[in-house]
Design a protein around this ligand. Sequence first.
Ligand code: ADP
Ligand code: MG
Ligand code: ZN
Length: 479
Amino acid sequence: MKQYETVIGLEVHVELATKTKIFCGCSTEFGGAPNTHTCPVCTGMPGSLPVLNKKVVEFALKAGLAANCQIHQYCKFDRKNYFYPDNPQNYQISQLYLPICHDGWVEIETSAGKKKIRIHEMHMEEDAGKLIHDEWEDCSLVDYNRSGVPLIEIVSEPDMRSSEEVIAYLEKLRCMMQYLGVSDCKLQEGSMRADVNLSVREVGAEEFGTRTEMKNLNSFKAIARAIEGERERQIELIEEGKAVTQETRRWDDNKEYSYAMRSKEDAKDYRYFPDPDLPPIHISDAWIEKIKAEQPELREVKQARYQEEYGLPAYDAGILTESRHLAGLFEETAAIYGNAKKTANWFMGEVLRLTKDKAMDAEQVSFSPKHLADLLVMVEKSEVSPQNAKKVFEKVFEEDIDPVVYIEEHGLKIVEDTGLLEETINRILDANPGPLSELLGGKDKVMGFFVGQIMKEMKGKANPASVRETLMKEVEKRK
Ligand code: ADP
Ligand code: MG
Ligand code: ZN
């Protein structure tokens, strides 16, 4: 059997998190009753004129600079003409000739190591409306709330070779956009969408094969399955001596198969021309410098700093920086508590466990760093047992309660009541004559058994170290 290599290039659409649309003042908020976030501009009424939202240019620059792109400081908008009911003007305002950002790269990491994926360009454009195909009536409805929401389209070079690389690339972009605050990149809500261009060629071949473009991919899992499915389909065609047709295909994730939507030839003539309603944009050096100066610390830099400054292992630093939001909570907690390593352990253990158990997004986690810091201080001072601290933390995590007050009110504070402790110890020693004689006979192993019993009896309100110490004293008395 011949060996084949998969070649993949992505076109990724990212909705920008501006408050208003790209060419009008309508809200970009997701959802809302149909056609309530609209005006004459974003519904394409004759005579209405677009006015560029400066924030869109700023966000595109932030994204482009973070991805090592060159900037076209003189750039323009072009009209991409096509008819479709979700596109009320009958053209989409996009950029063809002078995209704002071009020739960049991002670095991805897979099991095979690090790799650079080149970015051909990032251009600004407007999103289309949404068609809703009525299941009961024989009609389609249109909602223009999304029409005119700003997008950047990020076009990669055909540098990826596997679904693993594709997912790593998408995760990289998503993380970068979230750190920059330019998009929330939610695949389910469509604020990040990827079209997969894929071809196969024999290993060692110089030329690329004919590619297809797959649309309708709304999760990383669907993307991975679509890549495997389309690769198989193309290899089969080639093995049968048939040709792959360059076309757009729709991936059906339920059937795990892609279907031809349209061939490139007839769909290609968009009759692009510069949009006469929008003046060209000039991006000054000063503006670029200002944006560069304001860029936040990105994940890789943060990850390296956590290793160096806090002495965290690379793995932990990687996990803690996955979400900028969570990293922020961690840094604030560590700053208040004063011990980054212990704070990191708590995040790696409890915070991530609860986030996962509750099927939450890292972005949704929202307790006060001060509350966790206070709790960690109490653990350190042995004012609360580690077991109880975990339970209290669940309350902090869920309702952001004040742990100091909570521990006091629920009687969870460890009080050094030696009288009560001695009494409890003796009661338990008496109740377990068998293990006691073993202990007296020098079998230290049963020590753990007794400590456990005593802690249980004390309902966690004893400090394990003093339990051990007092227990030894009491056993000594019985020798
Ligand atoms: P178009 O403008 O017709 O969509 P582009 O040349 O701009 O085509 O490429 C679109 C995407 O397809 C890019 O991400 C590019 O990397 C990818 N691509 C181009 N040729 C191939 C190929 N032979 N195999 C896989 N991907 C490809
Ligand atoms: Mg394309
Ligand atoms: Zn509008």
